[in-house]
Design a protein around this ligand. Structure first.
Ligand code: TPP
Ligand code: MG
Length: 356
């Protein structure tokens, strides 16, 4: 395979100045709807956790809605997606109904992973949503393998590897960067830079706090984008995606966002001055920001904003009702889905029902 000789390019993208007149207004309205849906889904998921409807861990995407919707707006059906455990919003924005997602959080049979995965292991093969990984950085080598497979088989599409700022300090990422560039793979490392890995800031954990520069030694192009600006994320992603697919050029996107709450639902967030958090939440909230832009461009009005709020409230409540009335997996099905191929002398081997 051809060796790259060019040094890495590095860019800090300017905030978008979208020309809304050039956009399909229904598409813009849909982005707004999706962002509100993700917000309300996560708020209610947090509430369901405190009511003990959800077990295990639960990490919310609150504050990261523009990052997620902008990303998904640029991806194509042929693209594969790997994420960390903070992934509820990603699978919904990829087009999966909120009901089976909430049901997975509740551990129900109707969930996207049959209730076996829970919050951190959402999965949908048809949508090429390859999951939710709980081990920090665990998804990265797998995503590189998938990108290698796409290139090897001559298939269209790219691999989107979503990861946190904290996972840029994991050794496997550097091996992955090396191979991604060496083999010129169609992959984008999409770093959701919310400034924290649990309670540790980027500056405390990373000797290079400008995360988009971390691919330099591998000659990988890096860009920093404002993750609270849905149009900026979409534009950057479209460009890098196109290049990854057509020229097999990997890239790093450092998407700067803000985590509204603690690391997980049970994190009381004491390590951040709460006054700062409140200020950031009001000045960096992507949803009112986008609403204001759309209202000023006469794409939506206050009535539309209210209608979306009502519609979303109803849809999220329906997802909760769906999860609540869904059955839990049966104890005799404990080995179902465990092996891709049936394994002799394991429970259920002779049961055709279990051979999925
Ligand atoms: C290999 C490994 N080390 C530590 C943990 C514990 N842990 C879970 S989440 C997390 C922070 C990761 O932060 P980041 O990558 O920035 O993602 P974010 O939670 O901010 O989305 C840590 C250290 C883990 N799950 N896996
Ligand atoms: Mg983080």
């Amino acid at each position: 395979m051809a060796k790259a000789t060019k040094d890495a390019d590095l860019t800090v993208a300017e905030n978008s100045r979208p020309d809304f007149a050039q956009e399909d207004p229904d598409v813009l309205r849909h982005y707004y709807y999706q962002m509100v849906l993700l917000r309300r889904f996560e708020e209610r998921a947090g509430e369901m956790y405190t009511k003990a409807k959800i077990g295990g861990y639960c990490h919310l995407n609150l504050g990261e809605e523009a990052t997620i919707v902008g990303l998904m707006a640029a991806l194509q059906p042929q693209d594969y997606i790997y994420t960390n455990y903070r992934e509820h919003g990603y699978i919904i924005a990829r087009g999966i109904e909120p009901g089976p997602v909430m049901a997975e959080l509740f551990g129900r049979e109707t969930g996207v992973a049959g209730g076996r995965g829970g919050s951190m292991h959402l999965f949908d093969a048809k949508a090429k949503f390859m999951g939710g990984y709980a081990i920090v950085g665990g998804q990265i080598p797998l995503a590189v393998g998938a990108a290698y497979a796409l290139k090897y088989k001559g298939l269209p599409g790219v691999v989107l590897c979503q990861m946190g700022d904290g996972s840029t300090n994991i050794g496997a990422w550097y091996e992955s960067l090396n191979l991604a560039k060496l083999f010129q793979l169609p992959i984008i490392f999409f770093i959701v830079n919310n400034g924290y890995g649990m309670g540790t800031t980027v500056e405390m954990a990373s000797s290079e706090p400008d995360l988009y520069k971390k691919g330099c030694a591998f000659r990988i192009h890096g860009e920093q984008v404002d993750g609270t600006d849905v149009m900026a994320v979409r534009e950057a992603m479209r460009r890098l995606r196109e290049r990854a697919e057509k020229e097999h050029e990997p890239a790093i996107m450092d998407v700067v966002s803000f985590r509204f709450r603690g690391h997980s639902v049970i994190d009381s967030d004491h390590y951040r001055p709460q006054d700062d958090v409140r200020k950031q939440r009001s000045s960096n909230d992507p949803i009112p920001h986008f609403a204001e832009q759309l209202i000023n461009a006469n794409v939506i009005d206050e009535t539309f904003v209210k209608e979306i709020a009502t519609r979303v409230e109803h849809e999220v409540q329906e997802s909760i009702d769906f999860a609540d009335r869904s059955p839990t997996p049966k104890i005799e099905d404990i080995y179902k889905y465990m092996y891709a191929t049936p394994v002799p002398n394991t429970p259920g081997f002779d049961n055709p029902e279990m051979k999925r």
